[in-house]
Each structure stands twice: as structure tokens, then as C-alpha cells.
Design a protein around this ligand. Structure first.
Ligand code: ZN
Length: 212
């Protein structure tokens, strides 16, 4: 058991370093003029999330591995351990996909912010059949950066929402009269900060703290 867990921990350490590099490379490729401070902040966000993901993965291993290893029949035991490791490998692959999407999202967010300092229009993708509640709450409106800094696409895996510069959205005829969400209290109210915590905006199941 100790050997399997040691191998798992070694994998985790390598994966964490490799993933920080993936995020950095994506930001460098998509937004090469991004200042170092912003880039490091985005990398830091993803490294923190990765640490939390690996902590949970290790907790699953700690809970499930002893059960698998208690199986007396050696073939069944090996099967159970393999299934466990396969499961974790699948989670890692899903996560890698999500991190790649989020790194691209961070770069897009930053580029749009440079181009459209007054805010951006949150566009719901036509290709998504059923949007999450968070995306529906944000979609079809122009948000100030104070809000988008804390909460921008992708909100969840497969979220294809996009931020569109205000001018481009106006030219495309996307902005209706009520689309602008002002900074300050009105914006907070429409984001649900006045609602109970359980119904506030969530990203990957975790509550999002918006600036007040
Ligand atoms: Zn979305």
C-alpha cells in the first residue's frame, strides 16, 4: 500500500508542476503582452485548484485502497486496485481538459478587458443545448469588469460562454436596452448577492465571492 501511495504522490507532484507550465504556455501563446503579474495570478489560481484536486484524490485513495487490498483472492485484488487507479486516471484526464479550457478562458478574458475597458457582453453559446443556471444569470448582459474579474467563462466544463467587447456586441446587434448591468449595488443585486448563500453564483460547485 505504501508503495502505491508513494507512486501516486510522486505522480501528483509531477502533474502539478506540468500543469502550471501548461497554463503559463497557454497564456504566453494567446496573450503574449499580458504583464507578468496578471499571468502569475492566473497560474496561481490554477495551482491552488490543482492542490485541492490532488488533496481530494489522495483522500479517495486513502479511503478506497485499503478496502481493495483486503480482498483475499489475488486476481480480484489486483482487478480492484487497477479499477481504482483507472478511475483516478480518468478524473485527471477530465481535469486536464477543464484546466486547458480555463487557461484559454483567462487569456480571452484578459484580452477582452484590454479591448473593452467599460465591460463586456456575456454571450451564451448557441452550441450548448442546456446552459447552467450561472451562465443563464450572466448571459445576454453587459457586465462591468469589477464583476467579471471575479467571475468569467468558462464557469464549468463544457461552458462555451464568451465575453464580447461592448463595441463588437453593439455592432452585432446583441445589446438590448436593458442589457447594461451597472457596477455597484444594482449589479450585485442582479448577481444574487442579496439572495441566500445557497443560491449564489457557483463555479464547479464552489461559491464565488464577488467584490462588494
Ligand atoms: Zn457558460
Amino acid at each position: 500500500m505504501a508503495g502505491i501511495l508513494a507512486a501516486f504522490d510522486a505522480f501528483s507532484a509531477r502533474h502539478q508542476a506540468a500543469q502550471a507550465a501548461v497554463v503559463r504556455e497557454e497564456l504566453d501563446a494567446t496573450a503574449p503582452e499580458m504583464p507578468r503579474g496578471d499571468r502569475d495570478r492566473f497560474v496561481g489560481i490554477e495551482v491552488d485548484r490543482e492542490r485541492e484536486f490532488l488533496r481530494k484524490a489522495r483522500a479517495r485513495m486513502d479511503a478506497d485502497l485499503p478496502i481493495a487490498l483486503r480482498i483475499v483472492d489475488p486476481v480480484a485484488r489486483e482487478d480492484a486496485v487497477t479499477r481504482l487507479l483507472d478511475r483516478e486516471e480518468r478524473f485527471v484526464a477530465q481535469r486536464d481538459q477543464a484546466v486547458a479550457e480555463r487557461a484559454a478562458g483567462h487569456a480571452e478574458y484578459w484580452l477582452t478587458r484590454q479591448e473593452s475597458p467599460a465591460g463586456a457582453y456575456w454571450l451564451l453559446s448557441d452550441e450548448v443545448i442546456e446552459h447552467d443556471a450561472e451562465c443563464l444569470a450572466m448571459g445576454g448582459k453587459v457586465w462591468p469588469w469589477g464583476v467579471l474579474d471575479a467571475f468569467h467563462p468558462p464557469v464549468h466544463t463544457g461552458c462555451q460562454c464568451m465575453l464580447v467587447p461592448i463595441d463588437a456586441a453593439r455592432q452585432a446587434g446583441l445589446i438590448r436596452g436593458d442589457a447594461f448591468v451597472p457596477a455597484g449595488r444594482a449589479g450585485e443585486a442582479s448577481l444574487g448577492l442579496n439572495r441566500p448563500a445557497s443560491t449564489r453564483l457557483r463555479r464547479d460547485g464552489l461559491p464565488v465571492e464577488l467584490p462588494r
